[in-house]
Design a protein. Structure first.
Length: 218
């Protein structure tokens, strides 16, 4: 995204994934790993997991919750982690802190489960983001609307989901530009409220288009 005084420049992002030396074989080790791993690892297992599983609109939205359910058989803890909404966070440090707190509280209350060996290990990974301009810009709402149809899943995820942490605001690139450059505050708010958990990226694209269309005729 370019400065709000100028056109919106669409980017796409690819991710170089690296497996870290940190791994967990039980809940206690998962909590320790959350303390040691990089911010890029937190990003990979939470925000980026939404992109990897964008076509799934049900189930747990982050890797930690999925592993706790599948490998540790602790559904109640998995559900606690699953309700963490990345839209409410402006920093990975805050997200990490809440993940650790929930797991550590659970281990403290149920010490027998804390060291119970999982069915398989959890390997901590991290993603290094590489962005590339698409050569597509929008200077008006209509140009923005037309560009949406051309965007890849990777570009949609970059601008609408992962951008929330990059901006350090509870918003996304699209809403930020529409509200601040075009002055369409109400539309920006409606765009920002589109649910990223119950909609796939293809559904998200359609919902955004449906929100913008009425504004084109005013």
């Amino acid at each position: 995204m370019t400065d709000t005084a100028g056109p919106f420049e669409f980017l796409t992002a690819s991710y170089l994934v690296r497996i870290l030396e940190i791994k967990a074989l039980n809940l206690a080790e998962l909590a320790e790993g959350l303390d040691k791993c990089s911010d890029a690892s937190i990003f990979y297992h939470t925000v980026q997991s939404l992109g990897r599983h964008h076509f799934l609109t049900q189930g747990f939205p982050n890797d930690f919750a999925q592993w706790i359910l599948a490998a540790c058989n602790r559904a109640e803890l998995a559900e606690q982690l699953a309700i963490l909404d990345v839209r409410e966070y402006t920093s990975l440090a805050a997200l990490r802190a809440d993940l650790r707190r929930i797991i550590e509280d659970y281990c403290r209350e149920r010490p027998l489960f804390a060291t119970q060996q999982a069915f398989e290990e959890f390997p901590f990974c991290e993603a290094v983001e590489v962005t590339t301009p698409l050569g597509i810009q929008a200077s008006s709402l209509r140009e923005f609307y037309e560009a949406l149809a051309k965007l890849s899943h990777a570009s949609l995820h970059y601008h609408f989901i992962s951008s929330r942490l990059r901006l350090h605001l509870q918003t996304n690139d699209f809403s930020y530009w529409v509200g601040n450059c075009l002055g369409l505050k109400s539309l920006a708010s409606r765009i920002n409220n589109v649910d990223i958990y119950t909609n796939s990226l293809d559904q998200l694209r359609s919902l955004l288009a449906n929100l913008i269309e009425p504004e084109l005729n005013t």
